[in-house]
Each structure stands twice: as structure tokens, then as C-alpha cells.
Design a protein around this ligand. Structure first.
Ligand code: PLP
Length: 397
């Protein structure tokens, strides 16, 4: 344990079960620790560093903006914020953008807006979510999620209902006029990379339209080119009413966004919702530089191609490895589901110079920076498979 880790252990609130490394530097797909060890970041700060660590264009944009104007109140207009709103509206096909600082905040805003819109239409405000979902750690967002995240934090806000994912009959059973909105990830991240079936999502959206239920797509993890499209919903040919974003949007700088239709935006009054920092010039400049990089460097196309190749490779490997229950993915959002707990694998990977992740206990989640080259990703996959075999053998002996 180095001195920073000792300080952290003593003073940081024990919310995270940390791995024992102190990271000090990042560049591209790599990060370095305080002892000078190098790692490939195959988690990308949990789908944040999509264009890599400290991308020069983003660093430049932040430096420039920081020297001009970092923060102003949302009582005033700033050029980066107006330009980012315009860009996200153009990319999404929706009409309005509101900015916050994180994914949970983007979802809080979405839930409030959906309820406000519903209240104008005589609805009681129920928000439906789906098993395996994750929308954040604020009180309202934990109300959408797992019971495990609610324990000890009761009373959780009312008016939330969770039903099975990828099961249209479950929705048909509960659909009623009081439902204000649904919130769904086209590809569930924390839940284990569970991909919504195309027909399912299309039918779900159609049923919602019929009952004037607001469709909120949480693209916090699966958006920003991660799945090989700018937005994951583009795989589905559906039109959401609200989209939430965060994570990779700022290229490492914190920012969240809630995009909505004009019809929904019309029900919002001045003062209904707000934020001090959300969408400040610094965050918006970082986001504009990130989107610009994604577009200029053809990151969407590269992600789609590399994602398909890697998934095929993983599928071939899975046929020969009995501890792999399933592999799945869309773009560079991939999962290897095991028949045993994955944490020891992640710990071993660190020793081998790779930052990986396990979610839903048995699912190894691969979320590399989207700029990763094929050779480097193949290296990660090979080490990963080798480590799965090692740990499995050790556990059997
Ligand atoms: N929504 C999804 C799909 C997420 O994956 C996450 C975080 O993992 C969140 C919301 C919450 O985002 P944040 O941690 O920025 O509040």
C-alpha cells in the first residue's frame, strides 16, 4: 500500500471496494500507476474514456476554455452550451437539450420531465423500469433499480414499478393510462450487457405511443458511439421521447444531458428544474471536442467493425471453453458470462497489466476505449481467456 492508498483508506468514505493501485497518468488506451507500471484500460473508466485518456483535442479545448470562461450561472447564455445543445439535437432527432453533471442527474431530470408531461395529461406519474437495469444512485434512480441498492435507504420514492426485461407480455399485463413513462437501456450495462431484442423494443415503444407514455432511453453507458452507432437506439429504428447521456459525453470531463421532444419541453416552466454547474462552458467545450473527435476520426465505423470481429472471435473461443456460459455484445460493449464469480479474474488481470471489470457477479465486461487497435484488443482478449482458464483450474484444484 503506497502513502496515497494509506491516506485514501483513512479518509475516503468506504463506498468503493478499491483495487490496490494508485493511477497517476493516462494516454490513449493506457494508464500508469505510482510505481510506473503500465496498464491497458479495458474498462475505459466505465465507458467514459471512449476517445482514450487525455486526448490532445479534448485537453486543448479544456485548456482554452479554462483560460476564457469556466463557469457562469445558467441565468446566462454561453456559446459552448448553445452549440452542444444544437449538436445533440441534430444527432438525436429530438428538439431540446438540458445539461447536468452525471448520468443519475440526467435520469432524474428525465423522470421529472416525464412526470410533468404526464401530469398535464391526467396521469398519476408511475415510471416503469426493467429488471437488470441501472439508472444511478440517487433516491429516484435507485427506486427504478435493484432491491439490493435500496436496502437501508428506505423509504424510497413511490411511483416506480419494475417488470422483466425483453418480455413484452409482462408490459402488456401492467400497461395502463396512469403510467407516465418507461425508462430503459437499449443495452443494459451494469445488469450484464443485456441487449434489448429489436422486435421487443419496437413493440414496447409502439405500445407506449398508443397510451401517451413517455419513452426514456437511458444511453448513459451505451450511447456516444459505444455500440457502433452514435446512439444505441439507432440499431432499433425507434423514436424515443427522451434520451439521457453522460459518461463518454465529456471525454472524461463530467457532464450529463437530457434530450427531449418539443412537445415534452413545452410542459416545462421556468424554475421547474435546474442546476448550478450543469452544462457549464468548460464541460460543454469538452463534450463538443469529444463529439468532434468521434466524427473526424470515424470512431463509429471503426467501433462497429472491431466490435463484430471481436465478438466473433469470442464466440469461437466460447465453444471450446466450458466455463464460458455466454458471450454477447454490440459494438465495443461486450460481455463474457462465466459459471463462476469474476472478481478474482479482475484482480489477476491487474497484475498482468489490464484493467478489466466484472458486473452482475459472473459477467466480465469489456468496455475498452473505442480508439483501441485490433492488435491491442486481441492481446486483451487473449490474456483474459488465459486468466479465466488459470483461475478456473486453481479453483478446481
Ligand atoms: N445509467 C446507466 C445506464 C449507467 O450505466 C450509469 C452508471 O453506470 C448511470 C445511469 C449513472 O451514471 P452516473 O454514475 O454518472 O450517475
Amino acid at each position: 500500500m503506497d502513502t496515497t492508498q494509506k491516506t485514501d483508506k483513512k479518509y475516503y468514505a468506504p463506498f468503493f471496494n478499491r483495487y490496490p493501485i494508485t493511477l497517476t497518468k493516462g494516454k490513449g488506451t493506457r494508464v500508469w500507476d505510482s510505481d510506473g507500471n503500465k496498464y491497458i484500460d479495458a474498462l475505459a473508466g466505465i465507458a467514459v474514456n471512449s476517445v482514450g485518456h487525455c486526448h490532445p483535442k479534448i485537453v486543448k479545448a479544456i485548456k482554452k476554455q479554462a483560460s476564457e470562461l469556466m463557469h457562469i450561472s445558467n441565468f446566462y447564455v454561453s456559446k459552448p452550451q448553445a452549440n452542444l445543445a444544437k449538436k445533440l439535437v441534430e444527432l438525436s432527432g429530438l428538439q431540446r437539450a438540458f445539461f447536468s453533471n452525471s448520468g443519475a442527474e440526467a435520469n432524474e431530470a428525465a423522470i421529472k420531465i416525464a412526470r410533468k408531461y404526464g401530469s398535464k395529461n391526467g396521469k398519476s406519474g408511475t415510471i416503469v423500469s426493467f429488471e437488470g437495469c441501472f439508472h444511478g444512485r440517487t433516491l429516484a434512480t435507485i427506486a427504478t433499480g435493484k432491491k439490493k441498492f435500496q436496502e437501508g435507504f428506505e423509504p424510497v420514492p413511490e411511483g416506480f414499478l419494475q417488470i422483466p426485461f425483453n418480455n413484452i407480455e409482462a408490459f402488456k399485463k401492467i400497461i395502463n393510462k396512469n403510467i407516465a413513462g418507461i425508462i430503459i437501456e437499449p443495452v443494459q450495462g451494469e445488469g450484464g450487457i443485456n441487449i434489448a431484442d429489436k422486435k421487443y423494443l419496437q413493440e414496447l415503444v409502439l405500445l407506449c405511443k398508443k397510451e401517451n407514455i413517455v419513452v426514456i432511453l437511458d444511453e448513459v453507458q451505451c450511447g456516444m458511439a459505444r455500440t457502433g452507432k452514435f446512439f444505441a437506439f439507432e440499431h432499433y429504428d425507434v423514436k424515443p421521447d427522451i434520451i439521457t447521456m453522460a459518461k463518454a459525453l465529456g471525454g472524461g470531463f463530467p457532464i450529463g444531458a437530457t434530450l427531449c421532444s418539443e412537445e415534452i419541453a413545452k410542459t416545462i416552466n421556468y424554475g421547474d428544474h435546474g442546476t448550478t454547474f450543469g452544462g457549464n462552458p468548460l464541460a460543454c467545450s469538452a463534450a463538443l471536442a469529444t463529439i468532434n473527435t468521434i466524427e473526424k476520426d470515424n470512431i463509429i465505423e471503426k467501433t462497429e467493425t472491431l466490435g463484430k470481429k471481436t465478438l466473433n472471435k469470442l464466440k469461437e473461443i466460447a465453444k471450446k471453453e466450458d466455463s464460458i456460459v455466454d458471450v454477447r455484445g454490440l459494438g465495443l460493449m461486450m460481455a463474457i458470462e462465466l459459471n463462476f464469480s469474476g472478481r478474482p479474474i479482475v484482480e489477476r488481470l491487474i497484475k498482468k497489466g489490464i484493467l478489466g471489470n466484472v458486473t452482475a457477479d459472473k459477467v466480465l465486461r469489456l468496455l475498452p476505449p473505442l480508439i483501441i487497435k485490433e492488435k491491442e484488443l486481441n492481446y486483451v482478449v487473449n490474456i483474459l481467456i488465459q486468466t479465466i482458464k488459470e483461475i478456473k483450474n486453481e479453483q478446481h484444484n
